[in-house]
Design a protein around this ligand. Structure first.
Ligand code: C2O
Length: 355
C-alpha cells in the first residue's frame, strides 16, 4: 500500500532529528486548521507557463519581484497558511515526526518524506504551491521561483541576492555559514569540514560528482529516486545505501554547506526542522527538482519514474494558493507541462565529466 499523508488534524509537535532543548526554531510545526475538508487536486489552467530562471542570471527587475514576493509572505500573520513561517513549518512537520502513517493503518509508524523515493515528488509539490502562493501575493500569475544552478561553474556561489543589502533584505537569513558566502565555491561533497580545495579544482570535483549522481550511479529509477517506502515501513536513515543519488549527494551537501556550524542544530539549512526558514531552501530545491527533469530529458534508457502503484499513489496534503487543503499524488507531478512550469535552459557541463 502507498504512503498516505493523514489529515492535518492528526499532526503533533515535531520531536525527531534535532535537539528541541537548544532549538532556535519552534517544534510546533502543525498547519493551522482552517478547513476540514481536503479537496482533490485540479491541474492549473494558467495561460502562461512559469519559467524558473537561473538565480545567477536573474535580472534586477526579476530579483526585485522575487524579493517583493518574499517580503509579502513575511508580512502575513504567522497563522496564515501562506505565511513565511507556515511555509517553513511544512518541512518540519513532514520531516521531523509531525505525522504518522495513521491514514495507511500504521499509527505507530513515522511518516518521513526523506531518504526514499518520496523525496523528489514531495518536494516538487511543496515548491509548486510555494511558487503559486508567492505569485498570488504579488499578483503575478507568471511568477516563477529562481533555481540555484550549483551544477554549473557560473552558478557555484551562493546567489548574491540572498546577501545584498544585509538584514533588510527579505531573502537574508542570519543562520548561514558566513565562510560560505560568495566568492566561496560550493562543495557538493561537503561533509561538515572545509577542505581548502582551490576553486578550480573544486569546480572539477563538483562536475565529476554531478556526472556520477546523474548518470553513472543513477541508471535506474530506484538509484535515482531512492528506495521503496511503503505503508508500514520504518523511515530510513540518511546513510541508508538505498537513498537516491542526488538526495544523498549534492542535495544534502548543499544543505549542510549553507547551514550555520555555530548553531546547535546547524540551523537553518543544515537541519530538516529549520531548513524552510531560509529562502535559500526553495531556490536550492528548485535546482534539485530541475535535476529530476534533466535526468529524464537525458533520454537514457532506465531514466524513467517508478511504475510501482505504491509510488504513483503516494499522497500528501497542502494548502494551495487559495487556502484550500488539497491532496496531491506522486503520479500527478510527473509532467511539468501539466503543472505549468518549466526551467530556463542552462548548459550541463558535467555531462563531459566522466572522470
Ligand atoms: Cu526536505 Cu532538502 O530537504
Amino acid at each position: 500500500e502507498p504512503i498516505t499523508a493523514p489529515d492535518i488534524s492528526t499532526c503533533v509537535a515535531s520531536t525527531k532529528g534535532f535537539q528541541a532543548k537548544n532549538a532556535v526554531r519552534t517544534n510546533a510545526c502543525c498547519p493551522p486548521a482552517l478547513s476540514k475538508s481536503v479537496k482533490p487536486f485540479v491541474f492549473p489552467n494558467d495561460q502562461a507557463i512559469r519559467i524558473r530562471p537561473a538565480a545567477h542570471r536573474a535580472t534586477p527587475e526579476y530579483i526585485a519581484k522575487y524579493k517583493a514576493a518574499i517580503q509579502a509572505m513575511r508580512d502575513l500573520p504567522d497563522d496564515h497558511p501562506h505565511s513565511f513561517i507556515q511555509q517553513a513549518k511544512i518541512h518540519c512537520a513532514y520531516c521531523n515526526g509531525g505525522y504518522s502513517q495513521i491514514a495507511s493503518g500504521f499509527p505507530e509508524k513515522e511518516l518521513q518524506i526523506h531518504n526514499s523515493w518520496l523525496f523528489f515528488p514531495f518536494h516538487r509539490w511543496y515548491l509548486y504551491f510555494y511558487e503559486r502562493i508567492l505569485g498570488k501575493l504579488i499578483n503575478d500569475p507568471t511568477f516563477a521561483l529562481p533555481y540555484w544552478n550549483w551544477d554549473n561553474p557560473s552558478g557555484m556561489n551562493l546567489p548574491a541576492f540572498f546577501e545584498d543589502e544585509g538584514k533588510k533584505n527579505p531573502a537574508f537569513d542570519a543562520y548561514r555559514n558566513v565562510n560560505h558566502l560568495a566568492p566561496a565555491i560550493v562543495d557538493i561533497n561537503y561533509g561538515g569540514v572545509d577542505t581548502g580545495t582551490p576553486c578550480i579544482q573544486q569546480i572539477g570535483t563538483n562536475l565529476s560528482l554531478m556526472y556520477k549522481q546523474m548518470v553513472r550511479n543513477a541508471g535506474d529509477p530506484l538509484s535515482f529516486f531512492g528506495g521503496t517506502y511503503k505503508a508500514g515501513d520504518d523511515a530510513k536513515a540518511n546513510n541508508d545505501p538505498s537513498v537516491g543519488s542526488v538526495e544523498a549527494g549534492c542535495h544534502t551537501a548543499v544543505h549542510r554547506w549553507v547551514g550555520d556550524p555555530r548553531m546547535p542544530n546547524s540551523e537553518d539549512m543544515g537541519n530538516f526542522y529549520s531548513a524552510g526558514y531560509d529562502p535559500v531552501f526553495y531556490v536550492h530545491h528548485a535546482n534539485v527538482d530541475r535535476m529530476w527533469k534533466v535526468w529524464k530529458d537525458l533520454g537514457i534508457r532506465g531514466h524513467t519514474e517508478p511504475k510501482d502503484p505504491d509510488w504513483l499513489n503516494a499522497s500528501y496534503v497542502f494548502y494551495d494558493e487559495n487556502q484550500e487543503l488539497v491532496r496531491v499524488y506522486n503520479k500527478d507531478c510527473v509532467r511539468l507541462d501539466k503543472l505549468k512550469y518549466d526551467y530556463q535552459f542552462a548548459p550541463l557541463p558535467w555531462l563531459q565529466n566522466r572522470a
